[in-house]
Design a protein around this ligand. Structure first.
Ligand code: ASP
Length: 475
């Protein structure tokens, strides 16, 4: 949130002067001549507080007033704790961030920033209390001017959605746009995206834009940029550094590494997953280690030896398609066979099973799996454990499931398998042999030979804390 420079105790009456406030708090505000956007000093039974009175959501309680303190944090003050209040100024928030023209420097790399929405492109709407997508990429630059030190940035807003609304259509529009940016000679592409389904989109791009010559870096934030603890600027700067000058030409996700803002990690688009609902360091590479670290000063350390290097050509294999009738079946004990029969009768063409342990479902559903197989539904096995490999030869039950036509997918993550199956079925409708061949062939690191010993064991693999710990434990 930015606010106007003008600070004055008086202002013209405004219909939103008490926005969201009701009795009993409303009476207290009126008694002390305080309105929304007043800068106040409040003496309360719990101490003195100075801050800006924020509008409240229409659905919030009537007992509290919300103050944005100078530190940037918001607090609620209960009406019956207020002894006195004095309005010492008035600063109405400007929701619009000015768009800044980006300075052009011919010696710097060219990066295309594509916006899709999410928290990184959002601000808090104080009227409703909701986080709403609002920033255009140009405004985003206006609030993070450091980007101009890194590259010549061009921006384009493709969508303005929270990431649960990304889907087949958006994946295809985005993949085509990325392909175009590569053909147009950009040195890297940054994609702003909501974190919740960023891994799904990263997987979709990994299959739809294969073998890119430049970095394609997805970035988001867990906290919106009006919050003091926001990770938006740090992540955006790191992602732009990775796209502009980074040596790795793959689809990646760039987000906070540790809980502090010391460095960001670059994760491979087919091995990354959001693992915490609220930590800023929410993304983790599963079944491997992150590809690289991006330090605060932009220095990059490649951690994974097996990466695709940047090239000077302008070619990528862009293959855009997606079949909607694909699903993930997350197995649970006592699953009934009619769930699978229902999918078949609804016309589903592909089912990715997230099985237990090494790849199991109960015997009760076996006949339904057989019926699905006979109906031509493609079925693949992945693991709920997320780490480790499907091994269907270890137990007899696993072997039986194989015979029912369920194909094991090594250590491909369930969501990645879902995206890959949607893509493969979209690309080769009516050609089950081709789909199966694609599904069982590694295209973008989605299946690996093995897991690194330091991937699962400690934190996030080869980050400094982990190295230190491994040093103590192993040597
Ligand atoms: N719900 C948001 C989204 O995924 C969360 C975020 O951006 O981090 O769009």
């Amino acid at each position: 949130m930015s606010s106007s420079d003008q600070s004055s105790p008086a202002h013209l009456p405004d219909p939103d002067d008490y926005k969201g406030y009701r009795e009993p708090m409303l009476g207290v505000m009126k008694r002390f001549g305080v309105t929304v956007w007043s800068e106040v000093v409040a003496r309360t039974t719990r101490g003195d507080f100075q801050g800006l009175v924020l509008p409240r959501s229409e659905t919030s309680d009537a007992e509290h007033m919300v103050l944005k303190l100078v530190s940037g944090y918001n607090i609620g003050i209960r009406h019956d704790t207020i002894e006195s209040m004095e309005a010492v100024g008035y600063r109405k928030a400007q929701y619009k961030i000015p768009e800044e023209p980006f300075p052009v420097d011919p010696d710097k790399p060219r990066v295309m920033l594509l916006g899709t929405g999410g928290t990184i492109a959002s601000r808090l709407d104080y009227r409703t209390g909701a986080v709403i997508p609002a920033f255009s990429p140009g405004e985003l630059y206006g609030s993070v001017p450091e980007l101009a030190d890194i590259c010549n940035l061009e921006t384009e807003k493709l969508f303005g959605v929270f990431s649960e609304n990304m889907g087949a259509h958006e994946y295809q529009v985005l993949a085509r746009r990325v392909g175009q940016a590569i053909a147009d000679g950009y040195d890297g592409v940054v994609i702003g995206h909501g974190t919740d389904t960023m891994a799904h989109t990263a997987a979709a791009l990994s299959f739809m834009v294969q073998d890119p010559p430049v970095p394609i870096v997805m970035v988001g934030s867990q906290r919106s940029s009006d919050r003091p603890s926001s990770d938006a600027a740090r992540n955006l700067i790191a992602a732009t550094q990775a796209a502009a000058r980074g040596p790795i030409a793959e689809v990646m996700v760039c987000m906070f590494g540790p809980t502090s803002d010391r460095y960001d990690l670059l994760h491979r688009g087919t091995r990354v997953r959001k693992m915490h609902s609220s930590y800023r360091s929410t993304f983790r590479t599963l079944g491997g280690i992150p590809l690289a670290m991006v330090q605060e000063d932009g220095a990059m350390e490649v951690l994974e030896p097996n990466v695709r290097p940047r090239r000077s050509d302008r070619q990528a294999r862009v293959q855009v398609a997606f079949e909607d009738k694909v699903t993930i079946l997350y197995y649970y004990p006592n699953m009934q066979p009619d769930v699978i029969d229902a999918l078949v009768s609804c016309g589903y063409e592909g089912i990715v099973i997230a099985g237990t342990g090494l790849g199991h479902v109960n015997k009760k559903v076996y006949p339904a799996l057989r019926r699905a197989h006979e109906a031509g539904v493609q079925m693949y096995m992945t693991l709920q454990t997320l780490w480790g490999f499907v091994q269907m030869h270890v137990y007899e039950t696993g072997r039986e499931i194989l015979e029912l036509g369920v194909v094991p997918l090594a250590n491909m993550l369930p969501e990645v398998a879902y995206i890959k199956l949607g893509w493969a079925l979209g690309l080769h409708p009516g050609d089950p042999g081709k789909v199966r061949e694609l599904m069982t062939t590694t295209i973008a690191g989605e299946m690996t030979e093995g897991e690194p010993f330091d991937g699962y064991l400690v934190l996030q693999g080869a980050v400094p804390e982990a190295r230190e710990l491994i040093g103590k434990v192993w040597w």
